[in-house]
Design a protein. Structure first.
Lengths: 490, 480
């Protein structure tokens, strides 16, 4: 019996009942990695030996009759911009190619308490800048549904691993859609929690006021469990929310009667793939048929969200990435003097997209330009937030496509960054407003590529999102379908 | 043409918190290199700052003590520039919403009291320390960084260009030092770099209201350096202007060994700091209640204390100024008075023998071997007539090396003043009999001659006789 294709909550029950051991499970997922990782390339670092040792320890615990926690003994993967003590954390950048953090991110401390099996660190767009994982400083990751296509990004490695069965669950980060969009492209569940719900301590910063860590899972149930584990206030992150964390699994209730859904008309216009629109509208019809009420709403400043995001995020990134200078850690390219050393290091080791954003960000912050760009962007950000505040007076959740297209071919947009930026149109406003958003599978294109439905909630409204997502998931089986990767199975 | 100097100071004052501004590392001075460090102050990937609440408290107290308005909504900003002593390549500082604004302090000048306005006080983190194999980063083969100081909390106290001379600048900086010590937010140890100043200097024709082009001198860490640098720079600028030249707006560095300022970088090469609001720290919101609480916790400040000493004890403005010049000295004075001493005598002793002895041994008043209680008791003995002022000097000298109470020293050494008339009378008679010449001089109208006789009596009693009594007895006998 193969195990790699099951969700964590099913595997947890099988571990508890003694039907399987963690070593069997881990070996099965490692076997899956052997089968398909060559085609998918989701991982930057694999920690096979540590994974098996962790599994053995869990089995000993179970054999001794001790109770186990939800994630205990279940193999998962971590995006490579989350610091893991003693394990390389590269952000898919050559500048951090051999960087081994001396500390764990808070999210790792919380996860490690659960005693899971960690398989390794996943590929991503360098420093989380991108939407296709093609901007990795090492190699692109391939979409398990069609390996000629991108998996989305920047958490493309995490999404592809869950979709390919090379991880049961994964952790990603979302600054402008980096969890939701790859989840949509790979046919998995991905949630960006409310800004502040999950500690950012140890998440290598891209854009601090937008970054948020979240789970990528096979289904909504696993998402709720993961969210329980990673959420909560952290003294090390002053921007983390100290509102108590509810038990999110209590939201796994199949009932959307009376739920008021808003459809923002600005999210269903130009540039959207007709198949995506058709599929998403069908999913919303399904909600209606289950008793939800659907109304049209307007988020009038949506058009400005992309330009706003592409000023604020690069500005924050420009300063956040100043520390990679070759002085005290990371890689160094020598030069005749200090300035030349720093210049060589940054010029040679950062990728094109990272350099593009650093230059945009520094330009926007320069004396004489600050008011026209950064300050104005901050003001528009407030307007985007207010759009949502007004809309949420009338509706409980907002639904929209996660991405305007299904996964596209590798290389199709790499020379057209502006076109690539427009891919974020439906996800970026949610980060600007700090809201929670989830992407769940809602169907397939004619090319059999997954399509995601995005549900956006009020601040700290994760419970409502989970209930809506769970109810929908119960009504169909898209989430149970897995990429077959040319039928590769040993 | 006659020029006047226009001077403004940016004083960096290291706060005496136990831990750094954004992490839990110790702030102590003199530890082994790179031992007071953690991922946060090393700026490793993924770390976030958390504000040390004591820093905010200290900053607000500093603002209140210098008559500032406290910004109830204040925030941190990133000041970006590349330098290897800054692990993140930005300094977390405050830009447009500093914690305190619009304050003032009064200083004493030759022309009387003068009010110096403060533009602002803001909080920021210190940088690390570079150790070069050569003399600077450009000519060094290797440079090492010690990150112990990285993230040590600083206040930057910015004055308006209200100062007109090197002396005023020094007095102003001393005043800031005194206030920071009074409110106990900084050790203000210059030799440890606790207090450093960037100085802006420009010249303008006397009577002109427009500011001239200024130069800035960075990181001056002694009062002498401050005065020397300003005097040098004023002279340099005067020469340039008098030769018909123009001052170039630039940053200059003060070289204390060569006694001159040298050009560091011009305005064209000035950094564009690309300030950005710090997204990892929420704004600092302060309530009226918190401000009132911090105001209540402030000790009596130097100006108020000085006025009190003048009013309550009749001390001169000068004496009161010296005594309240440091919190330690003011507290020492109060303790001397509390121990029973007359206030004016206490002031005299502190500014006389105590100051002399401390200076001779290069000690601070806190390190004085004679504490306030013992000095107070000794002055009490003078007032009671147990010892004379002259004997008191001997007693004080003894107390400097011996921890005993003054009463015990006086007793052990037999220094009690002889106030018994009969005991002195015999000696007076002896002296009169043995000094015919002086006696005759006195009787012949040279009243000053009595001094020699008093001296003889004092010598014979080894200083223990009460000199007034001796004087009186001698006069009686000679006139009688």
């Amino acid at each position: 019996m193969r195990l790699y294709n099951k969700p964590a909550h099913v595997l947890h029950d099988m571990l508890v009942s003694g039907e399987i051991t963690s070593v069997q499970l881990t070996q099965d997922v490692l076997a899956r990695i052997d089968e398909v990782e060559g085609d998918v390339r989701a991982y930057l670092t694999l920690t096979r030996d540590e994974a098996l040792a962790q599994a053995k320890a869990v089995d000993a615990k179970i054999a001794a009759g001790e109770p186990i926690s939800f994630l205990e003994g279940i193999p998962g993967a971590i995006k490579d911009n989350i610091c893991t003590k003693g394990v390389k954390t590269t952000c898919a950048s050559k500048i951090l190619e051999h960087f081994v953090p001396p500390y764990d991110a808070t999210v790792m401390t919380k996860i490690n308490k659960e005693n899971p099996v960690i398989l390794g660190k996943t590929n991503m767009d360098e420093f989380a800048m991108g939407g296709s994982t093609e901007n990795s400083g090492f190699f692109p990751t391939h979409n398990p549904w069609n390996t000629e296509c991108v998996p989305g990004g920047s958490s493309g490695g995490s999404a592809a691993a869950v979709a390919a069965g090379t991880a049961i669950w994964a952790i990603g980060s979302d600054t402008g859609g980096s969890i939701r969009q790859p989840a949509s492209f790979c046919g998995v569940v991905g949630m960006k929690p409310t800004y502040g719900r999950v500690s950012r301590y140890g998440l290598v910063a891209y854009a601090s006021s937008l970054d948020q860590i979240g789970p990528l899972t096979r289904d909504v149930t696993d998402c709720a469990h993961l969210l329980n584990i990673i959420s909560g206030h952290d003294e090390m992150d002053s921007t983390s929310s100290d509102v108590p964390v509810p038990d999110y699994t209590k939201s796994l209730v199949s009932d959307v009667k009376g739920l008021k859904i808003g459809l923002p008309r600005e999210y269903f216009v130009k540039g959207m793939d007709p198949e995506v629109e058709k599929t998403v509208r069908a999913a919303i019809d399904q909600f209606r048929s289950m008793g939800a009420e659907v109304v049209d709403i307007s988020l009038p400043h949506t058009d400005y969200a992309i330009s706003t995001y592409y000023l604020i995020a690069p500005a924050e990134a420009a300063t956040n990435l100043e520390r990679y200078d070759g002085v005290s850690y990371g890689e160094r390219v020598d030069g005749e003097d200090l300035v030349e050393m720093m210049t060589n290091t940054r010029s040679e080791l950062f990728g094109e997209e990272v350099k593009r954003r650093i230059i945009i960000g520094n330009y926007a912050l320069s004396a004489g330009y600050y008011d026209a760009y950064y300050l104005k962007a901050m003001k528009v950000r407030t307007l985007v937030q207010q759009d949502f505040t007004v809309a949420f007076r009338d509706v409980d959740v907002i639904m929209a496509p996660t991405a305007p297209t299904p996964a596209y071919k590798i290389g199709a947009m790499i020379d057209d960054p502006l076109q690539m930026y427009l891919q974020d149109a439906c996800t970026v406003p949610v980060n600007l407003a700090g809201l929670p958003g989830i992407s769940i599978p809602c169907g397939f294109s004619s090319q059999n590529m997954p399509i995601g439905l995005q549900i956006i909630g009020k601040p700290l409204g994760e419970e409502t999102l989970l209930r809506a997502a769970y109810t929908y998931e119960q009504s169909q089986n898209f989430h149970q379908q897995m990429a077959n990767l040319g039928g590769k199975e040993a | 043409m006659k020029y006047e100097a226009v001077i403004g100071l940016e004083i960096h004052c290291e706060l005496k918190t136990k831990t750094k501004i954004f992490c839990g590392c110790a702030t102590g001075f003199g530890a082994d290199q790179n031992t007071h460090v953690c991922p946060v102050c090393l700026g490793l990937p993924g770390v976030l700052p958390t504000i040390n609440k004591r820093v905010v408290e200290f900053a607000i107290k500093a603002g209140l003590a210098t008559n500032c308005e406290i910004n109830k909504y204040s925030k941190f900003d990133r000041k970006n520039y590349y330098y290897p002593d800054l692990p993140k390549n930005w300094q977390t500082s405050q830009y447009d919403l500093p914690i305190a604004i619009h304050g003032w302090v009064d200083i004493d000048t030759e022309d009387g009291r003068k009010r110096i306005r403060l533009t602002r006080i803001h909080m920021e983190e210190d940088a690390g320390k570079l150790v070069h194999s050569g003399t600077n980063i450009k000519n060094s083969l290797t440079s090492n960084v010690d990150y112990n100081r990285t993230g040590v909390p600083l206040l930057e106290i910015v004055s308006e260009p209200d100062l007109r001379s090197a002396e005023e600048a020094r007095t102003y900086m001393e005043k800031i030092k005194t206030i920071m010590q009074y409110i106990d937010v900084s050790n203000c140890r210059m030799e440890e770099g606790n207090l450093r100043a960037d100085v802006n200097v420009s010249l303008r024709p006397v009577g002109s209201e427009t500011l001239g082009t200024r130069t800035e001198m960075k990181n001056i860490n002694s009062f002498k350096g401050l005065e020397d640098a300003i005097n040098y720079e004023v002279e340099r600028q005067r020469e340039v202007l008098e030769d018909g030249g123009h001052i170039v707006q630039e940053t200059r560095t003060w070289d204390p060994e060569r006694g001159m300022t040298l050009s560091m970088r011009s305005k064209e090469n000035a950094h564009d700091y690309r300030y950005m609001p710090e997204p990892d720290l929420p704004p600092i919101v302060t309530t009226d209640e918190q401000i009132a609480k911090y105001r209540d916790e402030l000790p009596e400040l130097p100006d108020a204390r000085r006025e009190r000493l003048e009013k309550d004890y009749g001390l001169s403005d000068y004496d009161a100024g010296i005594i309240t010049g440091s919190r330690a000295s003011a507290e020492y004075f109060d303790a001397v008075v509390a121990a029973g001493a007359d206030a004016k005598l206490a002031a005299n002793w502190m500014m006389g023998d105590l100051a002399k002895n401390l200076n001779a041994e290069n000690l601070t008043i806190e390190q004085s071997p004679v504490d306030a209680k013992r000095l107070g008791a000794m002055i009490g003995l003078i007032s009671k007539g147990t010892i004379s002022s002259k004997i008191a000097k001997k007693v004080f000298k003894e107390m400097w090396t011996c921890p005993d109470d003054p009463e015990k020293i006086v007793k052990d050494k037999g220094l009690v003043q002889i106030t018994d008339t009969s005991a002195i009378e015999g000696i007076v008679d002896e002296v009169i009999a043995a000094n015919e010449k002086a006696v005759n001089d006195y009787k012949g109208g040279n009243k000053k001659a009595i001094g020699a006789l008093v001296g003889q009596v004092m010598k014979k009693t080894r200083g223990k006789a009460n000199p007034q009594m001796v004087n009186k007895l001698l006069a009686q006998k000679l006139n009688g």
